[in-house]
Design a protein around this ligand. Structure first.
Ligand code: WT7
Length: 664
């Protein structure tokens, strides 16, 4: 490090606030600070601004119908189609412009550009193929695909014919796929033969087929896209109900499918996410409110303009990819990037190479990635010209000020605002983050809530806490992008998100308060620092994993009597899975057992849930009432000073466990 660099680092380290760069503000989509006051005064009609970003077949009657909380309806009786909004309406002006720039992992392979015209054509052809296969309006189509263009094509084709999709992250296991297809009664699957990870072809179809074996109802049709290049295939034969994607599309060459008129409140998609219990929750998002939210936040926060080349490095298998690779950017008619691989293959500068080559204008990534970049060192971004970047974003977990500043300095060259965006699968899109053309930034804090949102930090009784004190995050008014319910489970929807702070007997919307299950604090300027989940959900590399899901996978392993899973601190992942396991008599806590436990978790969920450590113990620390003391297990995992153990029934076990963790 040169002296100049050291000086710069020292200055940045001491700085707690950053004004939005003037060059950015000048051209920002939103730069008028009055927007906050105007939205508040004009609520809920302020959200006409989001609806105006869309094309409607029929105007909506009412902005918000809150007559039956918490089952809110937005833009009621409006009619529209999402695929029409993301494709058709851009054709006249932007037909020849790139809609998707796809970059495969292998460096020697040709990348693919889809213009709006080309994307529109293929979406129509695939929509025709789906109709031919018998997919009807409101049939749930599952997609189990990695980052290949056929995934957004399939999503948009479904949207065109009014079939909701349910995308299952390709890294999830066969069991996870089966559970989700069963839960959604989904009779159709779109998948692929394989894909590339760190240079190797992966056999994805084998996993998909194994998942299909676990589906309890008839599966009407399966589409298999061919991703692998010649010679990398695994020699699968397609079953009778399985069709090659390329054949289907070729058979429908030139077909046109009129987008169906969908009601504003019709389901657009389901996305399964982890909760406190072992069963994933099917979060339901609708057509108008969701798309309006994705589009409005893309414009106001990510500052997307049609001429941009916008790059979000998330996976479409998660909500970030749905809202901010596919729907938001395409609704605005911009160019959205898709990268198949990991940031460190073949080298640790791969992302920066892509940014330079495509002259990306925004980068939206996760703190876990930024921590890795930081660890690898500034030399990798320094090899490339990143001056095309205008805005940086992060999402998924809290970002510490050091990582924030590193990102701001080494990727943004102190000229790009950094938006730290707090939101969830359930919120559909961003909720808490400063508007980059208006608000100053405070590293470590996500910022104020977006205009038109009523976010408050409260105590267990629901009373607002003072600035600086930790409390629970709540959202006190509905918003267009919110989930509408959990699929076929209104009761669990109320239980999970509202029961905590709402009067569930009331029909007054003011009595209904949304609880995201995060802890947070607010400062005297209204900036919110999110502290993390307060339920039994871990955040591993920005991915949400339920401890119960992992525990039930471990208990499913032969010889395991009981398991408790907690999160331990991890330099790159944020949190890592620590599994405390009690074996049945006659079983040995050896390497073989450890291997079987890891395998059990990978089979039930996927490699992302793989335990960092498996700790065998004859007992778990329990209170006198028999509750496992998770706080203590977390402290042990983090090798922290232990809190009060006097309420334990079996305090003697603690030292035993501690020794094991430290010796591993
Ligand atoms: C949970 C939601 C939103 C898409 C990716 C994750 C945590 C998310 C932030 C942030 C602090 C954050 C919260 C939230 N989270 N963004 N900027 N700062 N925490 O979606 O899988 O539904 O997880 O991620 O704990 O509840 P998800």
């Amino acid at each position: 490090m040169s002296d100049g660099d050291a000086e710069l680092e020292a200055r940045l380290a001491a700085q707690e606030e950053f004004e939005p760069p003037a060059g950015f503000v000048e051209q920002a989509n939103v730069s008028d600070p009055d927007i906050y006051g105007q939205f508040e005064e004009n609520w809920p009609n302020c959200w006409r601004a989001a609806a105006e970003l869309l094309d409607w077949y029929e105007e909506y009657e009412q902005v918000l119908d809150d007559s039956n909380p918490p089952f809110y309806k937005w833009f009621t009786d409006g009619k529209l189609n999402v695929s029409d909004n993301c494709l058709d309406r851009h054709l006249d002006e932007r037909g020849d412009e790139a809609a998707i720039e796809w970059v495969g992992e292998p460096v020697d392979e040709d990348n693919v550009t889809y213009t709006y015209e080309e994307l529109h054509r293929e979406v129509n052809e695939f929509a025709a193929a789906l109709l031919d296969m018998g997919v009807g309006e409101d049939d749930v189509v599952t997609m189990y695909m990695p980052m290949i263009p056929q995934l957004p094509i399939a999503m948009l084709a479904c949207a065109r014919i009014g079939a909701p999709h349910s995308v299952v992250f390709a890294g999830f296991s066969a069991d996870a796929l089966a559970t989700r297809m069963n839960s959604a009664d989904s009779e159709y699957l779109v998948t692929c033969d394989g894909y590339y990870r760190r240079g190797d072809p992966l056999d994805h179809l084998a996993k998909a087929n194994e998942g299909l074996d676990g589906v309890e109802h008839d599966v009407e049709g399966v589409v298999v896209a061919e991703r692998l290049m010649d010679g990398d295939g695994f020699g699968h034969d397609l079953a009778d109900n399985q069709h090659a994607y390329a054949d289907l599309v070729a058979d429908q060459a030139g077909a046109e499918v009129d987008p169906v008129e969908r009601d504003a409140e019709d389901m657009l998609f389901l996305m399964y996410t982890s909760g406190t219990t072992g069963k994933p929750k099917g979060v339901k998002h609708t057509t108008a409110g969701y798309l309006a939210w994705a589009a409005w936040t893309s414009q106001a926060v990510l500052d997307i303009k049609p001429e941009d080349t916008y790059f979000c490095s998330a996976d479409i298998g998660w909500i970030t990819g749905h809202s901010y690779i596919v729907y938001g950017p395409l609704a605005l008619g911009t160019t959205t990037m898709m990268y198949e691989g990991t940031p460190d293959y073949p080298e640790r500068d791969r992302l920066w190479e892509i940014v330079e080559e495509y002259e990306a204008t925004q980068l939206y990534t996760a703190p876990t990635a930024i921590r890795a970049f930081m660890k690898w060192g500034a030399e990798f971004p320094e090899r490339h010209d990143l001056s095309s970047l205008r805005l940086l974003g992060t999402v998924g977990e809290p970002i510490n000020p050091r990582a924030w500043k590193w990102y701001y300095q080494h990727i943004g060259d102190e000229e790009c605002p950094v938006v730290d965006t707090w939101w969830q699968t359930e919120t559909g899109g961003m909720m808490i983050t400063g508007l980059p053309g208006v608000k100053k930034m405070k590293p470590g804090s996500a910022g104020p809530p977006l205009p038109g949102l009523d976010v408050r930090i409260v105590d267990t009784k629901g009373e607002e806490v003072k600035a600086g004190r930790a409390g629970y995050l709540t959202v006190q008014k509905p918003w267009p992008g919110m989930l509408r319910t959990l699929y076929k489970n209104d009761e669990r929807f109320i239980q999970e998100y509202w029961a905590e702070y709402s009067d569930t007997d009331s029909s007054d919307p003011d009595d209904w308060i949304y609880f995201p299950e995060d802890g947070a604090k607010i400062d005297d300027e209204g900036y919110i620092t999110v502290l993390g989940r307060v339920d039994d959900v871990l955040n591993v590399s920005g991915h949400r994993l339920g401890t119960m899901e992992i525990e039930s996978a471990i208990v499913g392993v032969d010889g395991v009597a009981e398991a408790a899973v907690v999160g331990g601190d991890h330099e790159i992942k944020g949190e890592a899975v620590y599994a405390y396991v009690i074996l049945e008599d006659g079983y040995e806590g050896d390497e073989e057992m450890r291997g079987r436990i890891v395998e059990g978790v990978e089979d039930a969920i996927g490699p992302i849930a793989r335990p960092e450590q498996v700790i065998f113990t004859p007992e778990l620390p329990k209170t006198r009432s028999g509750k496992i003391m998770r706080r203590l297990l977390e402290q042990i995992a983090n090798e922290e000073e232990l809190g009060d153990t006097t309420t334990l029934r079996n305090p003697e076990i603690v030292e035993d466990i501690q020794q094991q963790v430290q010796s591993d």
